[in-house]
Write a protein that binds this ligand. Structure first.
Ligand code: NDP
Ligand code: MG
Length: 389
């Protein structure tokens, strides 16, 4: 069969978000390669309906059940099926109408549908890093058992993945995760104590959803990414190094046993790793702007300041200790970021909430999936009580 003619059927879980909408941009210019079969949104019914009318999927899911009727009325005449509620995400994840799930829901909420999709043999293009932070061992084990590829969308992990093409027999000495440093690079606690939500939401290099933008400002994002890298590439904690690279041109690097280092580079644009993950193993030609070495003269690198950005130290601790600690940290972080975005706690208080929660929830060395669900719930309650949410 001519592989050129096979159209991949895509399910975008979280289609109304930053990753979801950029994925639709990629698909829109490649209608000969991809068909959209599933779209899901949580609250944004208007955008979901617009997307469905444009891409004509088999079905859509709206998380908020109060919006079901409105979405149904808008799409019924087009023959597009409509589902609502949290459970529907898991039901749709196991349907036969698609080949590859783009996991682009933010946070823990994306975990159950991803696990269902893997159990049902669906390939995963993974943006939702929190799923691996919470239950990376279980998720990757299931993926191996079901021979399911988990292809990273996160730019750093896409870079590492691209560096590893053709290197299956060669041992990785270490991976070097690059971090932009976020909007507060070089700042100290006496400055951070006063920063407000609006300021923290201004990322210098990337436009992303609100949660990951705050995670980038606190460096928690890089901590989550260390844990993500551990599971995706089967690494030991000491094989993962973070380096600050403010220009975000080198997206990450792999150092092999002979000391040779491979880097993947390009202008910062999430459409590139998204399209690589959707089209893997092929590359697709595009007209996006190119990086020109003659126009930018310097690329800088420095060590992260973990004394100021303590979330990165907490995440390193979670990475080293393992068990349910990354899951607990992730839950506390989701609560803390939610509270910060609602002006309920300050920038530095986010770290205190995460640290206290990590100290207080019982450690489980080898958690089951149920243990992860319970640890997540306990950590959320504990963190919310601290903040008095
Ligand atoms: P956004 O906040 O922009 O989008 C999140 C998506 O998930 C939306 O479609 C939203 O629906 C949906 N959603 C939110 N909460 C729930 C819930 N409880 N149940 C079901 N669906 C929900 O996030 P991003 O696109 O920025 O990020 C998505 C994931 O990708 C995150 O895990 C992030 O870390 C990761 N990532 C993002 C990058 C980026 O550039 N944005 C880069 C690398 C990784 P609705 O809008 O309708 O409410
Ligand atoms: Mg990233």
């Amino acid at each position: 069969m001519n592989t050129e003619t096979i159209i991949k059927r895509i399910a975008i879980f979280g289609s109304t978000g930053s990753i979801g909408t950029q994925a639709l941009d990629v698909i829109a210019v490649n209608p000969d390669k991809f068909a959209v079969e599933v779209l899901t949104a949580h609250n944004n019914d208007e955008l979901l309906v617009q997307q469905a009318l444009r891409f004509n999927p088999n079905l859509v899911v709206i998380g908020d059940e109060k919006k079901y009727t409105r979405v149904k009325e808008a799409l019924v005449s087009k023959g597009i099926k409509v589902f609502a509620g949290e459970k529907a995400l898991e039901e749709v994840a196991v349907m036969d109408c698609y080949d590859l799930m783009l996991a682009a829901i933010v946070g823990y909420a994306g975990l159950r549908p991803v696990l269902k999709a893997i159990s049902n043999g669906k390939a995963i293009a993974l943006a939702n890093k929190e799923t691996l932070v919470v239950a990376g061992d279980i998720m990757m084990r299931k993926a191996v058992e079901n021979r399911v590829p988990v292809i990273p969308v996160d730019s750093e992990h896409s870079a590492i993945f691209q560096c590893l093409v053709g290197e299956t027999r060669n041992r990785i000495e270490k991976v070097i995760l690059t971090a932009s440093g976020g909007p507060f690079l070089g700042r100290k606690p006496n400055y951070l104590v006063n920063v407000k939500r609006e300021h923290a939401l201004q990322h210098p290099n990337w436009t992303m959803g609100p949660k990951i933008t705050i995670d980038s400002a606190t460096l928690m994002n890089k901590g989550l990414e260390m844990i993500e890298a551990k599971w995706l590439f089967n690494l030991k904690p000491e094989q993962i190094q973070v380096v600050i690279h403010p220009q975000s041109i080198i997206h990450s690097m792999v150092q092999f046993e002979d000391g040779s280092i491979k880097a993947q580079m390009g202008l910062p644009d999430m459409k590139l790793p998204i399209q690589y993950a959707l089209a893997f193993p092929k590359r697709i030609r595009n007209d996006m702007p190119r990086y020109d070495f003659r126009k930018v003269s310097t690329l800088n690198f420095e060590e992260p300041d973990v004394k100021t950005f303590r979330n990165l130290a907490l995440a390193t601790d979670a990475l080293n200790k393992g068990g349910n600690l990354p899951c607990v940290m992730n839950a506390a972080n989701e609560i803390a970021v939610f509270a910060f975005l609602r002006n309920r706690i300050s920038f530095l208080e986010m770290t205190d909430v995460i640290e206290k929660t990590m100290q207080n929830i019982s450690f489980i060395e080898k958690p089951t999936l149920e243990d992860y669900f319970e640890s997540d719930g306990e950590a959320r309650n504990f963190a919310a009580d601290l903040i008095k949410l």
